[in-house]
Design a protein around this ligand. Structure first.
Ligand SMILES: [Ca+2]
Ligand SMILES: [Ca+2]
Length: 284
């Protein structure tokens, strides 16, 4: 389906530098600033982690868009990991129409890590510098849902990974597995879902009755439930309230899937506010 024609203006896209970060107090002053144009996109993302979505996501992105998200560079030396949770961009030979391109540095002069279009989520990407540039371009017609991606910055070896048994092959039936993550006092555990496919919801109850993954705050299942998932879901990162987090995987007696892959890192701060990028979801 072709997107509805947009307004006559072709100047509503482009780089908008806001300098907003996860922890920047200046964002509190945002209401006093004029609203950016509705399709403004891109920006400088200096937080340790955050989310990027294409303009208007999950609605169809505008035509003639050019967005640059410059990730990193806040004096941190961590390498950047980028994981796409959702991806639907007009495809074509050589991705010549609409595409997402990733660069291993602050500008498009840096080595290109990949150029992607179509309906397949790009693979997880790790930079080799403390900068990562995400360029999104669309041509004059035919859009798509766009993309949603999560990034985090971690010094080499500072993040930890684990996955379900036999991942990426099907997990065994009749499992109950626990992963307990404990960090020194004062830290919180931040978990990123790199990939997840479990048996889907029950069509009878709509619940995750068969196989599911659950996260609890603290070291036991008595802690407060941070989330419970099944099926194929694109998951936002979760953060514990204490220095401990418990993940529990249950599988029932039949039907297995690929399972999950997770990265976690320590977060040392008291703010849990999410990164704001320059893209304004509100319509002017
Ligand atoms: Ca297009
Ligand atoms: Ca099952």
């Amino acid at each position: 389906m072709l997107p509805a024609p947009t307004t006559t203006s072709r100047s509503t896209t482009g780089l908008l530098e806001t300098g907003a970060t996860s922890w920047a107090p200046s964002a509190a002053a945002a209401p006093h600033h004029p609203s950016p144009p509705p399709d403004a996109c891109g920006g400088q993302l200096t937080g340790l982690s955050g989310e990027i979505t294409s303009p208007r996501y999950p609605e169809s992105y505008p035509n003639d868009a050019e967005c640059r998200w410059n990730i990193g560079g806040a004096g941190g030396s961590g390498l950047l990991t980028l994981v796409f949770a959702d991806f639907q961009v007009e495809g074509g030979q050589g991705c010549g129409f609409d595409y997402v391109a990733l660069f291993d540095g602050p500008t498009t002069a840096a080595p290109r890590l990949g150029r992607y279009c179509g309906n397949t989520r790009p693979p997880r990407t790790v930079s080799s510098t403390p900068h990562l540039l995400l360029l999104f371009k669309s041509d004059f017609n035919i859009g798509g849902r766009g993309f949603k991606a999560h990034f985090y910055s971690a010094a080499r070896g500072d993040d930890r990974n684990f996955s379900s048994p036999r991942y990426p092959n099907f997990y065994p039936n009749n499992l109950k597995c626990q992963w307990s993550i404990q960090l020194p006092p004062g830290y919180r555990v931040k978990v990123f879902f790199l990939d997840m496919e479990l048996e889907g919801r029950s069509s009878l109850t709509g619940g995750c009755d068969y196989d599911h993954l659950a996260a609890f705050d603290g070291g036991t299942e008595d802690g407060s439930l941070l989330g419970r998932w099944c099926g194929w879901e694109s998951l936002a990162p979760i953060t514990s309230r204490s220095n401990q987090l418990l993940l529990v995987l249950h599988t029932d007696r039949n039907t297995a899937k690929r399972g999950f892959s997770i990265a976690y890192m320590r977060q040392v701060c008291s703010s849990s506010r999410r990164v704001q990028d320059a893209h304004a979801p509100r319509r002017a």
